[in-house]
Design a protein around this ligand. Structure first.
Ligand SMILES: [Zn+2]
Length: 265
């Protein structure tokens, strides 16, 4: 029995609370990734990199002090506004931190196997910014989908929940299934229904969840996509493409969590 297992068993509430704090910190970084990566990928001048310039107010350039940068707490204390110029700090940054804190805290409480728990956190740390970036920019950067795919294959070299063979088949089948849909749609209608980012994301989900899970992932993504289509219809401009990435991300997360609890999907 590892020391970590002993700590978890002795102090389950403390372990969950510490995991939630870690989740809020990770969420804070994921918010930065979701804000800055599209600019970096699209070569927007002035977008800097993920670490520099340090966190600052986009309106007045005021550089946030340490106390203005505490995940969740600072946003609440400052009422979601810049301390210096009072311009609003986007609510989504607070929501990413909150979601991440809740996810880390709850899964630390519920999922018994540590290896699976840490894999799940890594999986979520990629899917969350991917979903946000695709939702806002219709973009699934290779900088996130490719490492996610390799990480999915790698964890199955030592996590025996799934044979490595199933992960490799999952990656190939995930890519090909949407690639076929794309070409069938394009050749029959002359239009593009999906992007290459979607194929790469589904390949990554296949690597993480195994080829057997692909039909369930596609079904959940399609159904949640229909719900999202109806819900977000008032917000959408005419002719704006509908991103599929956020729904794939939700479906991948749902299936991976179900598998963590031992459900065979
Ligand atoms: Zn400001």
């Amino acid at each position: 029995m590892t020391t970590l297992t002993l700590i978890r068993e002795g102090y389950p509430v403390g372990f969950s609370a510490a995991s939630a704090v870690l989740g809020a910190i990770v969420g804070s970084f994921l918010g930065v990734v979701a804000e800055r990566l599209p600019g970096i990928v699209l070569n927007d001048e002035g977008s800097g990199n993920l670490l520099f310039p340090a966190s600052h107010c986009p309106a007045c350039q005021h550089r946030f002090a340490v106390w203005e940068n505490i995940p969740l707490v600072s946003w609440l204390l400052l009422g979601g506004r810049c301390h210096h110029c009072r311009s609003p700090v986007p609510l989504r940054l607070f929501l990413i931190e909150l979601f991440s804190a809740l996810l880390f805290g709850l899964t630390a409480w519920c999922i018994p196997a540590e290896q699976t728990l840490f894999s799940l956190w890594l999986f979520a740390a990629f899917l969350l910014p991917l979903a946000i970036i695709d939702g806002r920019y219709q973009l699934l950067p290779d900088a996130l989908t490719q490492p996610l795919l390799w990480a999915g294959l790698l964890i199955h070299t030592f996590d025996h929940a799934l044979p490595l063979r199933d992960a490799v088949y999952g990656a190939v089948a995930g890519y090909l299934s949407l690639w076929l849909v794309y070409w069938a749609f394009r050749l029959t209608t002359g239009r593009e229904g999906l992007g290459y980012g979607d194929f790469k994301l589904l390949a990554a989900l296949g690597a993480w969840c195994g080829w057997q899970a692909l039909p369930s992932i596609e079904l959940i993504a399609a159904l949640s996509g229909i719900v999202g289509y109806v819900l977000f219809k008032p917000l959408r401009k005419n002719n704006q493409t509908i991103p599929f990435g956020p729904y794939l991300a939700v479906a991948g997360m749902v299936i991976f969590i179900a598998q963590s609890f031992g459900f065979i999907i």
